[in-house]
Design a protein around this ligand. Sequence first.
Ligand code: SAM
Ligand code: SF4
Length: 554
Amino acid sequence: MPRARTIFLETFGCQMNQLDSELVRGQLGALGYSFTPDASAADVVLFNTCSVREQAENKVLSRVGRIGQRKRQGERVVLGLIGCLAERQGMPLLSRYPQIDLLCGPGELDRLPMLIDNALKTETVDAADRVALAGNRSRRSTTLAAVDDNLELLDLSRAFDPDGGSGRARRSAYVRITRGCNKFCTYCVVPFTRGAEVHRTPDAIVQECRRLVDGGVVEITLLGQTVNHYVYTHGAAIGVNGQEVPQVGPGGSAFTRSGPHPANGQRVTTFADLLGRIHEEVPSLRRLRFVTCYARDFGDDILRVMRDCPRICRYLHVPAQSGSDRILRLMNRGYSCGEYLDFIDRARDLLPDVSIAGDLIVGFPTETEQDFEQTAHLLRRVRFKNNFIFKYSPRPGTTAWDRLPDDVPTEVKRQRNNDLLALQSTISTAVHAEQVGRTVEVFVEGVSRKGVPTAPGGVELAWERPRGRIQMSGRTAGDLITVFTLPQGRTPESLEGQIVPVRVIEAASLVLFGCLEASTRPLAEQMTVVPKGDGLRPRLPSLKCPKPLTLHLD
Ligand code: SAM
Ligand code: SF4
């Protein structure tokens, strides 16, 4: 029997890439390939790449350089670049880095097995047999139906094995609802690398969620670049077999504040409808979340579904990017700071306990101190639980690259980045502190990798606990990272993938510290209802936690 070929796959970048890698693994595994965590032992090395910032590209290219050295020393290994960098830089990569054997864009991953097969069989392959890029032949379409869409088959062929063959249960999964993006923010490569917005059919999404949950998944995160733009018009996109197929999105103009415009009387499934369907039709799903939200066109219908469906997490990742109207216009974000705040206020009116996170870019072309101050003001006003803060990175091919000077000096970008990080850290600490004394439901992800996090200024935060005890880490429904000590007599495996009640004892900027409540049954199941006067009230089991926090200065 021929030896199974082994593949090393490393993933860079966002959740979309992580999901793509998972699907690639399933696809190649089904064809008999095995995977190794050791790049030097692999027949095929694949990098699933990110192009959003220059730094992400440089990281991959230095890996490509190392594989080049191995190949020059006579090693036989197939090197493939998949994902956004492959799509963005395209064919010139092959002449600049002759060690690269194949390129595959994120919109062509269904063709990856063919490319790998070609590369393994012969050393001299035509470019046509080693490259699959959307390029000009993008899946952008003038019709509603994205019928040629074999990519959908890749999503549908997903392996429904929650432990992913690793023997270790994985209880959290991503489900794609929309591919691509129609927004064309002036700094961003995504619409070029991932193509136009294509929405999957609601039935395919619900079925995928159901199968994942039947396989043991506890938490599902729906993925799209602007999830609230999800809309599916029924009857408009039908495949050759008479079934509904993925559909090109109508663009932002199809939306109002209360949701999409009715499409000539046609039945549509909106994002709110989709959330409601998954919540009702997959009742064993314990947690449903979604990323990323777009501050414009986020209807109250979605907020009401979040309010009314208890298993939908009250968490919004809704990037603002800037607090300056002038910069938002240059970014082509399509909303003003006031409109962003209006959305936050509406969300908090309907969901007072909603947890809000975001993304910000500092040093965008022409950003002044005054623009920057407006962003800092936005942070204080919204009280985000956290923000991913990026220094502007000019990306070839984008409008900002073509039309705006990268005129904020590197040192100023760095300083503004640090200033915002420090401000966000103070805000995050205050937001986290509101949880102290409460019992929160934590989805346990595993043993805490970092041990006890260090707060800015080198202050290590910890509370009195037996030395050498394992720390477990997980997330609340509002996505707050929570660390607690593994109780004696329990193994990490007995808690991983469970949702457990944790009493919060202390808070830092990045993390809550707590202790496991007496029972590890989910909070809702632990509540015993006892009659009280005019109604019923829940009673929680009481417990004693270790003494609260001491500060250890390094
Ligand atoms: N679709 C999401 C949205 O609109 O908010 C964001 C997706 S993007 C891949 C993730 C984040 O990367 C963005 O929110 C933005 O803050 C950051 N980003 C994108 N392009 C960037 C650039 N050229 N320089 C710096 N940060 C960038
Ligand atoms: Fe990029 Fe803007 Fe689309 Fe987000 S909405 S992926 S930032 S173009």
